[in-house]
Design a protein around this ligand. Structure first.
Ligand SMILES: O=C(O)CCC(=O)C(=O)O
Ligand SMILES: [Fe+2]
Length: 310
């Protein structure tokens, strides 16, 4: 299996004919059906923004003091300003080892105290440029996510609003992550992330130059393929919610991280997820399957009000 590289520029070019757009959309569609992962080029985002995101994230993880990290740590919902979702975490488990800071779309809400998902982002004090760069990056990726959903609708031959009405206020999540460098010897720590599929719609992943860390499960269910970074591209993959919307036609492929290099690896996933109130149900017109997600809103899944997978 190979992860295809797809040039999206023709779809974004307003002078492209519908046939040209359809040709690009069909390439994406094929990748989503067969692999669930693709590299995106021609996305219109300035590569300087990629390097600024990576260098700001690296600076934070490499230089922020313990106190600075603690100040913005994820706090339980209902406790002062916490909402159990936003801020810094250090994960040291048998099957996962990394540090991360999460930022999510801020929704209108009462509080503090906040219920899960409805709080305010906690921005690191340093580097001072991180917030404005992350906000600019987010604006670009939200627009890109909306454009790709239009391409999916075109390829699947369904009305554009089926998707756009469910993602036009995407409850996105931006994660800055650092996988520690592996030291040999007794203090060796696990650096990586257990096997999983992503939860939402579409993940846009930006990583530093380390190779061999991200592994994608091949369709045969046995082989692991390294998804090494290709400079200037974003690694994209389908999440479970889009797999549900498309009756499983688009695959939310399993992947994992196993980082064995001696230096820290920076990885920045952007999870383009459904609107907070989006309905989660198959939408391609298969009436029998439509009942499966009856009454389920994305927020109920996100907050754990409904057990997922349901
Ligand atoms: O760091 C990576 O390469 C992938 C991370 C990932 O799969 C995730 O955060 O969901
Ligand atoms: Fe993932």
């Amino acid at each position: 299996m190979q992860i295809p590289v797809i040039d999206f520029s023709a779809f974004l070019d307003i002078s492209s004919s519908i046939d040209t757009k359809l040709e690009t959309a069909k390439k994406l569609d094929k990748a989503c059906r067969e692999v669930g992962f693709f590299y995106l080029s021609g996305h219109g985002i300035d590569p300087t923004l990629f390097s600024e995101m990576l260098s700001n994230a690296k600076q934070f993880f490499a230089t922020a003091s313990r106190e600075e990290k603690d100040e913005i740590k994820v706090k339980p919902s209902g406790e002062k300003s916490g909402d159990d979702s936003r801020g810094y975490r250090l994960v040291t488990r048998a099957d996962a080892g990394y540090e991360a800071v999460d930022f999510l779309r801020e929704l209108e809400s009462e509080g503090p105290p906040y219920t899960k998902g409805l709080g305010r982002n906690q921005w690191p004090r340093t580097p001072a440029s991180l917030r404005s760069i992350a906000e600019e990056y987010t604006t670009h990726l939200v627009a890109l996510g909306v454009a790709i959903m239009k391409a999916f609708a075109l390829a699947l031959d369904v009305p554009e609003e089926i998707f756009s009405s469910r993602v036009d206020e995407s409850f996105w999540q931006l994660r800055l992550a650092a996988y520690p460098g592996c030291k040999k010897g007794p203090d060796q720590v696990k650096s990586g992330l257990y096997q999983h599929s992503d939860f939402g719609i579409l993940t846009f992943l930006l990583t530093d130059e380390h190779k061999g860390s991200l592994k994608v499960l091949a369709p045969n269910g046995e082989d692991w393929i390294s998804a090494d970074p290709i400079p200037g591209t974003l690694i994209c993959n389908i999440g479970d919610m889009l797999s549900i919307w498309t009756d499983g036609i688009y695959k939310s492929t399993q992947h994992k991280v196993l980082h064995v290099s001696q230096d820290m690896r920076i990885s920045i996933p952007f999870f383009f997820d459904p609107n907070w109130n989006a309905r989660i149900e198959p939408v391609l017109g298969n009436v029998e399957k439509k009942s499966k997600g009856k009454g389920v809103n994305y927020k109920d899944i996100f907050t754990g009000a409904i057990k997922y997978p349901y």
